[in-house]
Design a protein around this ligand. Structure first.
Ligand code: HEC
Length: 206
């Protein structure tokens, strides 16, 4: 029995690793794709805040990421960059040449809960958010110097989700342990977000 446990443990670890990185196992093995799994993600406000959004870098180059995020003239985000505006949507910069069409950005849509994050969808040009919008289709419109980052004035089409709604979503990320009571402003912003998120009432619509 004593011998069995470490073996089982190893098998479990290998299995977990295999599941987490199956999508790009070969490329990950070749060192081309960053290993990203559910555990990569956590409480949004534990990331570094730049302006109104949050950044990180999986390869340790947080300074490089922050410098581009703060630059008024744009720049190319370094590999490993993680960007989040709302808890459920993430952009991660893969290594150069991985996906030229998306400038090596991989898009993620997450399911978030107090238990953590689950990747719902991930990929390059084909990922949609829960409203059916294609991440790439919107972000590709950012002017080239901004490397797919939209903010409010980089050339992307505007979205109906306002900054107060975004702030409220950030403050109420269920993965954050420290989430206190919801402020009246946030509650109002979330109510308005609920209104615009409702599917239009059409007879026969699914
Ligand atoms: C309808 C267009 C649209 C779609 C679809 C869309 N985005 Fe965005 N996204 C925007 C705009 C516009 C902003 C800037 C909003 C702001 O700064 O207030 C933004 C902001 C972001 C940011 C913060 C950095 C930035 O570009 O300003 C991230 C990260 C992001 N989106 C990821 C995603 C992911 C991942 C998806 C798909 C799951 C997605 N977005 C789908 C338009 C879109």
């Amino acid at each position: 029995m004593r011998k069995l446990n470490p073996g089982l443990l190893l098998a479990g670890v290998l299995l977990l690793f295999g599941v987490a990185s199956r999508a790009g196992a070969d490329d990950a093995a070749a060192g081309k794709q960053l290993a990203v799994g559910d555990d990569t993600f956590g409480c949004i406000s534990d990331m570094k805040k730049v302006k109104h959004f949050f950044v990180d870098n999986l390869l340790g180059d947080l300074d490089g990421t922050v410098a581009v995020a703060n630059s008024a003239t744009g720049g190319v985000y370094p590999p490993g960059t993680v960007l989040q505006l709302i808890p459920t949507e993430v952009m991660i910069k893969q290594k150069p040449g991985f996906s030229p069409a998306t400038k090596d950005w991989e898009f993620f849509e997450l399911e978030v809960s107090p238990e953590g994050s689950k990747i719902r969808t991930r990929g390059f040009a084909q990922v949609n958010n829960r409203f059916g919008g294609n991440c790439f289709g919107c972000h590709v419109k950012a002017r080239p110097e901004f490397d797919f980052v939209c903010e409010l004035d980089h050339g992307c089409d505007p979205i109906p989700v306002t900054r107060p709604m975004i702030a409220a979503l950030q403050h109420t990320d269920p993965r954050c342990k420290s989430a206190g009571p919801v402020s009246p402003e946030d509650a109002e912003a979330l109510r308005q977000l609920g209104e615009i998120s409702k599917p239009p009432a059409q007879p026969g619509a699914k």
